[in-house]
Structure formats: C-alpha cells, structure tokens
Design a protein around this ligand. Structure first.
Ligand code: UDP
Length: 240
C-alpha cells in the first residue's frame, strides 16, 4: 500500500483503506484499545499485528470449513486484505458461558455454564451504547432483510461450534464473542470485521485465566502477554 491510499473508514480498532481493486480493501489493525463504548481508552503494545494474525488464522480456518467471510489474505504485519462490504449495523453475540453484560443483566455468577448457546443481537451504535435489540427491531428499522438475519444467525451458531471445537484442544475455552456481517456490492452476505481477543472471551481451559480484552477492561495487567499467548496456541494448532 502506498502512503496515499485513501482511508475509507476509521473505527476504534481498525482503519479501512481502498486498494487498486474497488472490490478489495486493506484493513489495518491499530494498537489502540477502547472499552465501554469508547469511554475507556489505552494502547496495548503490539495489539495490531497480533490481532491481525489471530484474525487471519481464524478466518482461514472458518473459510476452510465452509463459512463465507470477507477475508482474502494478509498484507503488511498489521494488515489484512478483505472483500469490500457495507457493514450491517447489527452485532451478533453468541455465548456459551455467562460473563460480562449477560452475567450482570440476569444476575448470573460469571462462569455459569449455559445449557445451550445463547444468541443476542445489538444495534451497532456507540452513542447509544450498543443497545440490545431483537428480530422485530431489525425488521422494523430495516437493518437487514429477514433472509439475511437468518443467514447471520445460522452462521454465528456454526462459527461458535467450529471455533469452540478448534480452540478447546488448544486449551482455550470460547466463552462468548461478537460477529459483524456485511454485504458486497453484489448483495452477498459475508462474515466481516475481526475475530480476536478484542471481540471474543477466551479462558484458559485448565486455570480459567482470562486471555482476552477483559484484562484491559478490568485493569488486570498482562494484556499483551495474554493476546500473545492466544496467538501462540493458534499457531501451535496450525502446526507452525
Ligand atoms: N463485544 C464486542 N464488542 C462490543 C460488545 C461486545 O466485541 O461492542 C464482545 C465482548 O468482547 C464479548 C462478547 O462480545 O466477547 C459479549 O460481550 P458483553 O455483552 O458481555 O459485553 P461487556 O458488557 O462485557 O462489554
């Protein structure tokens, strides 16, 4: 990428640049970290390159297992190439174990096992604090077509099953995660955004230690080390 590439979008954790191909974008992962809808800010050393690598490994794994994603490949050490999409402003969260907002909302002890995966929808809107919504809101606000939402929900549950099965032997328990989807110019729905310790909760299977952004949210220290450990285990899982 040249220094003059056009910045199409800048979010809290990533920048999106145009490339020579109008259908392809370059996603640059930043070291900046935010939490609580941007109210807490900081920097996690080397987070960009680590999360770019983790996302690359996980998107590659999901694609190999039949999930349609925006991922095309890596570029620089903190950059991925992806199909250009318009992000649907609905965040899909899947949970296997109660933590974070679910634990608070339902008065469950963090770590309570959920008998079945729980899928939730949130409106992607920082100013409103990403309020929880349901299918009726999606329809009434015209956020996604019924068929798209169905595809998103099915894909999210499949991603959950695939990731949980892949991560468990690497000693990582998939507690919960958030996905975003987008549409290509041709109207194809693809899994987009990132999959990283910023957007997933990972607990060490043996010790229960948190290996994700909760270390930043809760000022626990060892954030970079935790992200590196997730990457190390994923690379071990690739045999390299
Ligand atoms: N999550 C995310 N972005 C958001 C909100 C949540 O990536 O804007 C992820 C979060 O990292 C966790 C899961 O979605 O893996 C569920 O988050 P929860 O609702 O418990 O959020 P919290 O209140 O803890 O921020």
């Amino acid at each position: 990428m040249t220094g003059t590439a056009k910045l199409l979008h800048e979010g809290k954790a990533k920048q999106v640049y145009a490339t020579d191909d109008p259908e392809v974008v370059l996603i640059r992962f930043k070291d900046e970290a935010t939490a609580f809808d941007g109210k807490k800010r900081g920097t996690i050393e080397a987070k960009g390159p680590i999360n770019a690598r983790i996302s690359s490994i996980l998107f590659t794994y999901l694609e190999a297992n039949g999930v349609a994603t925006h991922y095309l490949g890596t570029a620089g050490e903190r950059d991925l190439l992806a199909r250009r999409v318009t992000i649907i402003p609905v965040e899909v969260v899947v949970r296997n174990i109660a933590a974070g907002s679910l634990a608070r909302r339902l008065g469950l002890a963090e770590g309570t096992n959920l008998e079945l995966p729980v899928l939730e929808l949130y409106l992607k809107d920082d100013e409103l604090g990403d309020p929880m919504i349901n299918r009726y809101h999606v329809r009434a606000l015209g956020l996604a077509a019924d068929a798209e939402l169905e595809t998103m929900e099915e894909a999210a549950l499949r991603v959950n099953a695939l990731l949980a099965a892949h991560l468990e032997p690497l000693g990582l328990r998939l507690v919960d995660f958030k996905l975003e989807f987008g549409r290509t110019a041709a109207g194809r729905l693809l899994l987009a955004d990132e999959i990283s310790p910023d957007t997933c909760r990972f607990w060490d299977v043996r010790t229960g230690e948190k290996l994700d952004k909760d270390r930043f949210r809760r000022d626990m220290g060892g954030v970079e080390e935790a992200y590196r450990e997730v990457l190390r285990r994923l690379e071990a899982g690739q045999g390299g």
